[in-house]
Design a protein around this ligand. Structure first.
Ligand code: PLP
Length: 357
């Protein structure tokens, strides 16, 4: 199997080896040490301020999205939500569910957020801003510097879902004035799904501690308190936290976050070069390094996905809903090489010879 999906993605051998070990008991100083190191490395790679904190939740990325909405906003807030695809839509649904007043900045699929559009929301008396920096469902990567300027000028509390962008695109929390950043274990962290991460600035920690949360499992106050001794309130996905530890050390040893971003960028560029001449159009005008969204000109995107899976043993990422037949996505996250790109492009060229593209 060769996997170009956007998550789960292929893991390194060292990460996979941990997957077959027995899972240890975790209320120990040794496990606390590992968690402290996880927190230190994530803070470093996220460009977070010195007294920022990291919470590791057992749950997929959506658990971190829900925890953020519940723990930092209240019914007294008025939040702007960028909705350009299914993840932006999810933030809007979470605000509705948790009774946080919100306004959606609606974008068509594949449409970037422009300066003009953003500033047309400048006067609504807003207090917060929610955005998925990379709207993975369409492959649009929003301009974070522009959003950061807007939020600073308007004094908005900025929460960024960087689930598919962390470690793939340059992103520095402190520099951008981001209060909360979310990510998950199964995207560029290239571990199994099951852990999501919430990175909180000192201001965000204060806000969490002042808010009441009507949920036990996703209450970040108790997670932060337990985290002070390198522990979690409940049994976490211990094995995945050990895999994340190995993976973070791997990235550190290879040169840190910049070299990991450069590695993913060069894989993305290599792929985009190799598909030139194939009957595809790039779906997004501003892409992340994490994936390439493609609109096939002559055939169904979903059928291309099925054929590659069933006849070539290669997985790309199909789209759902309205885009199912129009767009598929090729991921560049995880343990992939330029040779893997060649294998995929050769399979596509073979499909073209067979009249399937
Ligand atoms: C993958 C992803 C998530 C998390 O989805 P889960 O299925 O809950 O892990 C959230 N936001 C974005 C932008 C993502 O790409």
């Amino acid at each position: 199997m060769l996997n170009f999906a956007v998550g789960p993605v292929q893991s390194s051998d060292a990460v996979r080896e941990i997957g077959q070990e027995q899972v240890p008991y975790f209320r120990t100083p040794e496990f606390s040490e590992l968690m402290f190191e996880n927190e230190r490395l994530v803070k470093d790679f996220a460009g977070a301020e010195e007294n920022a904190r990291v919470v590791f939740l057992t749950g997929s990325g959506t658990a971190a999205m829900e925890a953020a909405v519940m723990n930092v906003f209240t019914e007294k807030d008025k939040v702007l939500v960028v909705n350009g695809g299914s993840f932006g839509h999810r933030f809007a649904e979470l605000c509705a569910l948790h009774e946080v007043p919100y306004t959606e900045i609606r974008l068509n699929y594949g449409e970037p957020l422009t300066e003009e559009k953003l500033w047309s929301y400048g006067e609504g008396g807003y207090t917060g801003f929610l955005v998925n920096v990379h709207e993975t469902s369409t492959g649009v990567h929003y301009d974070m510097e522009m959003i950061s300027r807007f939020c600073r000028e308007k004094g908005l509390f900025l929460v960024v879902d960087a689930v598919s962008s962390f470690l793939a695109d340059p992103f520095e929390m402190k520099k951008l004035g981001v209060h909360v950043m979310l990510t998950g274990s199964q995207k560029a962290l290239a571990c199994p799904p099951g852990i999501s991460l919430v990175v909180l600035s000192a201001e965000a920690v204060k806000r969490v501690n002042e808010n009441k949360t009507k949920c036990m499992y996703l209450d970040l106050k108790s997670a932060l308190k337990n985290g002070e001794r390198g522990q979690t309130p409940f049994t976490p996905a211990v094995g995945i936290l050990r895999q994340i530890h190995t993976r973070l050390l791997e990235i550190e040893k290879a040169g840190g976050v910049e070299s990991e971003i450069a590695r993913i960028r060069s894989l993305a560029e290599d792929f985009r070069k190799k598909i030139q001449g194939l009957p595809f159009e790039i779906f997004s005008p501003s892409m992340s390094n994490a994936l390439t969204p493609l609109h096939p000109l002559n055939s169904s995107a979903h059928e291309i996905f099925v054929t590659l899976k069933d006849e070539y043993g290669i997985w790309i990422c199909p789209n759902g809903g309205e885009l199912a037949d129009r767009v598929f996505r090729v991921g560049h996250l995880g343990a992939l090489t330029p040779e893997d790109n060649t294998r995929l492009v050769e399979a596509m060229k073979d499909m073209q010879r067979r009249g399937l593209l």
